[in-house]
Design a protein around this ligand. Structure first.
Ligand code: NAP
Length: 243
């Protein structure tokens, strides 16, 4: 923590959806935030809205060294890193028969490797300072495999397993590892679906009101606000009407 602030949080995928909502909520709770994603214009707009509590840094989470540069720049600018929120993700799902293998690579690189690179980048600093919070956004797709979303589900269940290992490895170093597992949320994620059959299917199967991204931000804040000896391992949060 620094300057009487709640702490400094790095958020990946902060240019839209859950990441942007989380940035707004964290700043309202007294955090400094580092907004990262690829679309610099969107990050700059949000940073301007949030003022001196926010800094924007363009990074691709699938770049092996990208998050290390973000951590170094965060330490230089804000003097600490207390929270990492691994949120960046993409969902170009399709059946195995119709899938484009480049989409598989993208999902594995962003949803899984991106989370791992983020953890690796922030961990030495958190171990040195004797604590911190690592929050990763998984998905209910990672709880139960269904047709069409095989590789997306595989990345999200892999994140859940990696995070649980991390929790067991680093709990005694006062690092809390929290998995946030959302159901359907109203964001730009659907735009990453490239397969027209899947797009059509989504339009007919989602016949309930999606969650506002602020509901996910609230869950993250709940986990962060607990006393340091309380670790919220996982929060599953869905629209009430979602199966
Ligand atoms: N929406 C849902 O129903 C839902 C449900 C369960 C889980 N989730 C998970 O929630 C997380 C956030 O997604 P969202 O729903 O808020 O969707 P979104 O609005 O599409 O946001 C995704 C974010 O990830 C960033 N991103 C994508 N590829 C990236 C890369 N290579 N490097 C850095 N940033 C990258 C995007 O920014 P740029 O394009 O600017 O890089 C964007 O800010 C994802 O992990 C998603 O899987 C969403």
């Amino acid at each position: 923590m620094n300057n009487g602030k709640s702490g400094t949080a790095i958020i990946t995928g902060a240019s839209s959806g859950i990441g942007a909502a989380t940035a707004r909520s964290l700043v309202a709770q007294g955090y400094d935030v580092v907004l990262t994603a690829r679309r610099e214009d969107r990050l700059d707009m949000l940073a301007t809205e949030l003022g001196s509590s926010a800094m924007a840094l363009a990074v691709d989470v699938s770049d092996r060294d990208g998050m290390s540069r973000v951590v170094a720049e965060t330490l230089r600018h804000f003097g600490g890193v207390d929270v990492l929120i691994n949120n960046a993700g993409t969902m170009p799902v399709a059946s195995f028969a119709e899938a484009d293998m480049d989409d598989w690579d993208r999902m594995i690189d962003i949803n899984l490797k991106g989370v791992l690179y983020g953890i690796k980048a922030v961990l030495p600093h958190m171990l040195r300072q004797g604590g911190g919070d690592i929050v990763s956004i998984a998905s209910i797709a990672g709880l139960r495999a269904t047709a069409i979303n095989g590789v997306y589900a595989a990345t999200k269940s892999a994140v859940r397993f990696a995070m649980e290992s991390l929790r067991q490895e680093t709990g005694r170093s006062a690092i809390r590892s929290t998995i946030i597992t959302p159901g359907a949320v109203d964001t730009e994620l659907e735009a990453s679906v490239t397969n027209s059959n899947v797009r059509q299917a989504l339009e007919t199967t989602i016949d309930f009101k999606l969650l506002d991204p602020s509901a996910i931000a609230d869950a993250i804040l709940y986990a962060l606000a607990q006393p340091r000896n309380v670790c919220i391992g996982e929060i599953v949060i869905r629209p009430t009407a979602q199966a």
